[in-house]
Design a protein around this ligand. Structure first.
Ligand SMILES: [Zn+2]
Length: 439
């Protein structure tokens, strides 16, 4: 390449390949303002076994403020908070799209900065101010590292634009409508102590009853806690679902935040009528992933046991009895069983929906409680299964103990091998009978 061509390439690269329109500019004339809030700097890491929920990530504390693309914001915190791993983050869209072809937005659109002494611009009465900007702009968060014990501290965010930010328990529907819903930032958040939704402001501008919506989401999260077997109020942090124009993988994915597409999905996140009558399999499925404990996730069942959570939420919160997904209609289930046994009931085929069939049959015979009690049992273990066969052994053994039935012959019938020693341990329980055995 000639020197002039390289120069041209660099200019084109700098000018032409950046798309600064996402997450987007603020409307012309939007007031730059400041906001002071109290942030809780205590954050105990969620258990690492909930790995699909990215428990190692810093907790994101919403400020309800939006940084204008390319404009400096000022963040002011107590001097004591400096050099403690606390960061400021601009932008919620953390998925890196570098590996995607022609992504709808630039691959990396967020920016973060650790609050350290060297960067302080001014100190006044023990409060230190640090400047920061992101050329893409975005919602502003304080990031609290895992293990932090800073307690409550005051944060002031200046030279930013207010975002529509609903917080359950802190405002009425009327206050939302009159004071918050019309805030100029292009992205909005709806928050409870258990769940935080991030999406374009256009989806919430005309929302009249965010209380009803967010109480619904709290019930979803409570149902997940109930099935997973932990106290509803014991979450280390709220879960998050954020909407993006493009995400790193899948139609949605689990994590912190869980991510989902704008197109065809975002509106459903805040559609109470739809959620409360038909639920949303996709969101409930991803939330299910965030509640999977690694040691009871057998090989091939990552996309299985998360669906126990979707089905549980659809049943308990939405009131649907038929499972809420065409893949688990009675006909589809019958067909799936037939095929699995026709194909010789092989372990390699025992995954996703097939494995769900096995797990659902246990639920249908004994209810949800044995699962919850088994999940609770796992939380007390101090050792770990060494491989997938031992994982299977544990799963069958403890589910058998909780149902007070010997499930080993049933699992083996499905092609899931149980060791002789576990079979022997379970031999005094009555064998779990079902129509397969009587055929
Ligand atoms: Zn999944």
């Amino acid at each position: 390449m000639k020197v002039r061509n390289i120069y041209l390439f660099v200019v084109l690269f700098l000018m032409g390949f950046e798309n600064l329109n996402f997450p987007g500019d603020v409307p012309e004339g939007s007031e730059r303002t400041s906001k002071t809030l109290i942030v809780n700097g205590d954050f105990e890491q969620p258990h690492w076994q909930y790995a699909y929920g990215q428990p190692w990530r810093d907790e994101m504390k919403s400020t309800g403020m939006y940084a204008v693309p390319g404009e400096k914001i000022m963040v002011t915190v107590p001097v004591d908070v400096l050099n403690k791993g606390v960061k400021v983050l601009i932008g919620v869209h953390l998925d890196d799209l570098s590996r995607k072809e022609n992504p709808k937005r630039d691959p990396i659109v967020t920016a973060r900065k650790e609050l350290v002494k060297e960067d302080v611009r001014k100190i006044s009465r023990n409060m230190a101010s640090i400047e920061f900007h992101n050329k893409y702009g975005g919602l502003i968060y304080m990031l609290i590292p895992t293990g932090s014990t800073l307690g409550d501290f005051e944060v002031t965010v200046s030279n930013a634009v207010k975002a529509p930010h609903f917080v359950l328990g802190e405002m009425t529907n009327e206050e939302w409508i009159e004071e918050h819903s019309k805030n100029p930032a292009p992205w909005a958040e709806l928050e409870t102590s258990k769940m935080i939704l991030t999406l374009r402001s256009t989806h919430v501008r005309n929302m009249e009853d965010p209380i009803r919506l967010m109480e619904f989401w709290d019930r979803v999260l409570d149902a997940d806690a109930d099935l997973a077997g932990f106290d509803r109020e014991s979450r280390a942090r709220a879960e998050r679902i954020a909407i993006d124009d493009e995400i790193s993988m899948g139609w949605m994915h689990s994590g912190y935040p869980m991510m989902a597409y704008t197109e065809g999905v975002a509106a459903n996140l805040v559609n109470y009528e739809r959620l409360s009558t038909q639920g949303d399999w996709g969101f409930f499925h991803e939330l299910g992933h965030n509640h999977q404990w690694m040691d009871w996730v057998l090989d091939g069942t990552t996309e299985t046991s998360c669906n126990l959570f979707s089905i549980y939420v659809l049943e308990k919160v939405v009131g649907m009895e038929d499972g809420g997904h065409s893949a688990i209609s009675p006909e589809a289930r019958e067909e799936r069983r037939r095929k699995h046994f026709e194909n010789g009931a092989k372990l390699e085929n025992w995954n996703v929906w097939v494995a769900l069939e096995t797990m659902l049959m246990v639920k249908e015979a004994f209810g949800w409680e044995p699962y919850t009690r088994m999940f609770q049992r796992y939380m007390t273990f101090t050792t770990r299964p060494k491989d997938n066969f031992e994982k299977i052994d544990w799963f069958v053994k403890y589910l058998s103990m909780e149902t007070e039935h010997n499930l080993a012959p049933f699992f083996e019938y499905w092609g899931v091998p149980v060791s002789d020693s576990v079979e022997n341990e379970l031999k005094d329980y009555p064998v779990f009978e079902n129509y397969f055995f009587s055929q």
